[in-house]
Design a protein around this ligand. Sequence first.
Ligand SMILES: Cc1cc2nc3c(=O)[nH]c(=O)nc-3n(C[C@H](O)[C@H](O)[C@H](O)COP(=O)(O)OP(=O)(O)OC[C@H]3O[C@@H](n4cnc5c(N)ncnc54)[C@H](O)[C@@H]3O)c2cc1C
Length: 805
Amino acid sequence: MKTTTRAVVIGGGIAGCSTLYHLTQEGWSDVVLVERDELTSGTTWHSAAQVTNFGMNQTMVGLKSHSIALYKELRDDPDYPVGYNHGDGGIRLANDERTMDGYRHFASVARGMGVEYEVLDAAECARRHPLISTENLLGGLWDGEDGHIDPAQLCQALARRARNAGAEVYRHTAVTGLTQHADHSWTVHSEKGDIDCEVVINAGGYRCNEVAAMMGVQHPVASMEHQYFLTEDIPAIAEAGHRMPLLRCPISDYYCRQEKNGLLVGFYEQDCRTWGLDGIDAKFTNALCPDDIDRVTDVLEGAIARMPALAETGIRSIVNGPITYTIDGAPLVGPVPGKRNAYCIVGLRAGLGEGGGHGWLLAQIIAHGEACYDTWMLDPRRFTGHGNVELTALKAIEDYQNEFRFHFPHEHRPAGRPVKTTPLTPVLAAEGAEFGVVNGWERAAYFKPAPEFSETHSFRFNEVFDVVAAEVKAVQNGVGLAEVNGFNRIEISGAGAHDFLDRMICGRVGRRPGRVGLGYLLNAQGCLKAEATLANLPDGRIWYGSAAAAEWHDMDWLAQHLPDDGSVALRSLTNDFTILVVAGPRARQVMQAVSRADWSARAFPWLSVRECFVGIAPAVVMSVSFSGELAYEIHVPNSQLHAAYLALRAAGEAQGLTLFGSHAVESMRLEKGYLHWKSDILTEFDPYETGLGRFVDLKKEFIGKSALMKRHANGPVKRLVTLALDSTTAPAHPGASVMLGERVVGTVTSGGWGHRTGLNLAYAFVDAALAEDSTSLTVDVIGMGIPVRAIPLCPYDPDTRLPRA
Ligand SMILES: Cc1cc2nc3c(=O)[nH]c(=O)nc-3n(C[C@H](O)[C@H](O)[C@H](O)COP(=O)(O)OP(=O)(O)OC[C@H]3O[C@@H](n4cnc5c(N)ncnc54)[C@H](O)[C@@H]3O)c2cc1C
């Protein structure tokens, strides 16, 4: 066994084998994989191993396409052909129009990644799958690439290829400990000796938290027991003359594929069970949980109703095994939060289908710091400490129970809520707030017009449209108050603070005390890593502010680049303060009534920051505006948030102050051309492509400059444009394809109704050549080809007069 190597992958399931292979493809050949038992002895060996190309966003579709292309290559390798039934096709069923709308949207998303799904009616579903009844069926979504693979052969083939490229695989070698050294390198302790390495990768499957504990962290990953059975032969299958397509059913929570001349049917029962929360027997390897088919009776009945042949068929065998879930259903693939040179690829619940792609993206992240797609939705840093074992278990159960029921736009499911609250959460709830969840925080989305008001989540405009319209109107014509909790806030101090920021930010960094600016941080590829509001407090401290979700991501990036001389210190204030936003033409009167400071435009102009009192609450106030109206962001310590709120409500009474939520903010920011991190600001595009060229200063040095200059010299590939859609039916949803005739020429990043302009707005990255001439473009919105026109980035108050007034 080697005693030094570049990277050690811990775990020999699909996640570990794929990562090992892809590392060698990235040129990292001095790498090893250690497995406590045999390869695939965790979950992988007993997987149903279905491989779909279905994904709900472009990153997922793209990584699954990679899996499929790789698996086909392995199938066709004459030296070690892998058993892979590719192209049986698969149908996701639906019995309501809302779900069909979702399928139409996902078809639009996939098209942008070169993948074609078909939306079928019920009769066509039955024609393609002769065993199913059309009772209570509206239609389905067809993925022609669907199939299944032999999981053991797949892993052996990947390990074999990795070995051929220089990697080594040590079986029966349990990792027992991990030690990190001052230079961030690691020693991996195993039953068979130590291995020193640069990088460790946790691919420990349902034991991932045993490995995580060895590095002092915990991942929000919980296991559920999951069962399928295999049936005896079904004559109709043998007689069909073609293989049965796969089925996935959100109506009754089962999946089904052909296995020999019978079926494999898997279940997501409501009466489901977590597994291994309090520890896993060390001897549980190549093992199964006791089967318990009685537990799945509820969903089995639905499966029999859909496939009556099941009622006459015997069960050959039952498999019940642990399957991992995270808080939001997506795996954790990327850097381990709070650690250097440590990565994970864990929480895979569809690891056979996705594993090829996840290993591919992770290897790129390890080798280059970034993957070809923006991988934020997989990034382990998206949960910021609230993902403890209890919350993870509740979310895992909820997700399991809803396996095939995707989230609708703005849908936030109830399990484990509330997670993060402020003193105002119950106060706003009493005011009728309907909450959404941002990085665990309960944030008011809108205020219900009546207690009995309830929303039907949909891909179309729904009953919330008028509620948001009223909130926007109140802000535009008077004054509104909103709470923005969880906003990421890092205090940067020390003699070297401004020089440090100068290197991190690609544009000019203002140094004048009392002023606020916007800056962008690039990665080594010259693309957009982060966006920050930089406030120079009058006493010399700098507040770095960014999206709530960016809390750990941005801290990580800044901390990695701190100078060694101790001249800069970082301190997170994210969980100590909350923002109250006062916005609208009468905002100044409210501030004047609540605070003794001079709030005139002359004394406190746009883009200023000051410390003052709001009522009795100490506050840092910035005159910045995401709504485009005259606005003040009031940062208040959480202990005095309620006091500040009461003072503002009292002062606002004379001005008709009303509450507004994040949906209204979303509508208004779209009219202003303001961008959202990880919706519109992505690691796939540089600032020029994103319309942020004015924030770049090529005369100074900054991270990513040389790569950016190269990209810039070649000219933009894509450009972010604002589109106005000719439709009042539905907004354009993120991921929807922008079309020129039958050709995909772009992708929507954000969309929604602009209530002040009366426009159905969307941002989209389109082929650069089309950015100026968009006359013939359409957007595929839930299957409708909606004509669009490109409009100026900022259709509301383009000269930004209102916040300056
Ligand atoms: C019943 C069932 C059906 C499924 N059906 C499908 C399906 O149809 N399609 C699909 O895509 N997915 C399916 N899945 C999910 C899929 O099988 C998993 O997502 C996938 O196998 C997980 O792979 P992994 O490599 O992450 O974990 P594992 O396969 O569990 O591998 C982890 C490995 O790490 C090793 N390890 C752990 N700790 C240590 C240590 N300390 N030292 C060294 N090695 C260690 C373990 O021994 C193990 O081999 C199914 C799962 C179940 C349970």
